[in-house]
Design a protein around this ligand. Structure first.
Ligand code: 48N
Length: 322
């Protein structure tokens, strides 16, 4: 039988609102280990105890922050869709250069990083062709120099370092496990296209909800307004090339360019050079771009992802500063 409220004995005295008395915590905490270094813990496991907690404190610590962030980033300066190697490189450049901008990164997966946790076909090492080593130097990621290219001993070393830098920027917020399921648009007719729009933000939902719209009753989305969106959702796949496909379906692009076969030498130059504002308010970078104008794919080399992110940040700041 589950304990009723009457029999439930909280380890810490709480008042009727379930709020833990500060002084009670102070008293309890003194009994616990007040170690500040690991050395102070060693060998003292007999008397070891964590400082006390009440479950509601954990819930409030998480939800209070999350919903403050949602409120704060409901109006963002820039939204980056996709936290793969290009999206994270873009966020890194913008977070570093423009601490005044509010940057929301929306990533469908629970784990950000996209396809950059391994080098290729489950092999660990990551290859980047020069001059992308300049990006690794900026991140202080060690690599072996092989002449025309460099090798990071494990792709996860690059991606985890990049991710940790991005997450430490106070003006960048990662909303992972969150899918962009549409784009916010505003009419922006031109002399040649009376139906042209500009992108003004994104429509989001929990990814698990987005994946089940067909088999659950309607679950409406949320929104983030932003004058500029940078889409780096990767090449075609279940979620891939999201924004480009949406632009085609809303007739802002005539058709998908269709990613071409693998050709490292042409693919990487093209992706970096063509990273740009594809429609007003939307910059596209990384492998999603191959679906705009049919660039080749480059396979297991990541220099273009990093430098496309550098270029996407530059293109974004041109738009923001207009
Ligand atoms: O890693 P990806 O897929 O995309 P990029 O462009 O950052 O890096 C591409 C790179 O990994 C390659 O494909 C390499 C170079 N191989 C090339 C080749 O020839 O095979 O990351 C995209 C991220 C993923 O984490 C997705 O989960 C996320 O975008 N995503 C989304 N997030 C939110 N909302 C969406 N609608 C959405 N769609 C994708």
């Amino acid at each position: 039988m589950s304990p009723s409220a009457a029999t439930f004995e909280s380890p810490i005295p709480v008042n009727r609102n379930g709020v833990v008395g500060k002084k009670d915590l102070a008293v309890k905490a003194v009994d616990g280990n007040q170690a500040k270094t690991l050395a102070e813990l060693e060998g003292k496991w007999e008397s070891f105890m964590f400082s006390p907690i009440r479950e509601s404190q954990v819930s409030r610590a998480m939800t209070r922050r999350y919903f403050t962030d949602l409120d704060n980033y409901a109006e963002s300066d820039i939204v980056i869709i996709g936290a793969g190697s290009c999206g994270l490189s873009t966020a890194y450049m913008l977070g570093k250069q423009r601490p005044d901008l509010k940057i929301a990164v929306v990533e469908a997966g629970v784990a950000p990083g996209g396809g950059a946790w391994l080098g290729g076909q489950l092999f660990s090492a990551m290859v980047m062709r020069k001059p992308a080593d300049a990006f690794l130097n900026d991140l202080d990621v060690p690599y072996e120099d092989e002449g025309d290219f460099v090798v990071v001993k494990h792709a996860a070393l690059f991606t985890s370092t990049l991710l940790s830098r991005v997450l430490t920027f106070p003006n960048v917020k990662l909303f992972n496990a969150t899918a962009v399921e549409d784009l916010i648009t505003r009419p922006a007719p031109t002399a040649t296209d009376p139906h042209a729009v500009r992108i003004a933000g994104v429509v989001t939902n929990w990814t698990l909800v987005s994946m089940h719209h067909d088999d659950q009753s309607c679950m409406d989305p949320n929104t983030i307004n932003a004058p500029l969106v940078i889409s780096t959702t990767g090449h075609d796949g279940p979620f891939g090339a999201f924004s480009v496909k949406r632009l085609v379906s809303m007739q802002q692009l005539e058709k998908l360019g269709g990613m071409r076969g693998l050709d490292m030498n042409s693919a990487e130059d093209a992706i970096v050079k063509r990273t740009r504002e594809v429609v007003k308010g939307l910059v596209v970078g990384g492998m999603e771009l191959s679906e705009v104008d049919g660039a080749n794919r480059m396979g297991p080399t990541f220099g273009a992802m990093a430098l496309s992110g550098v270029k996407a940040a530059e293109e974004a700041l041109k738009v923001i500063n207009e």
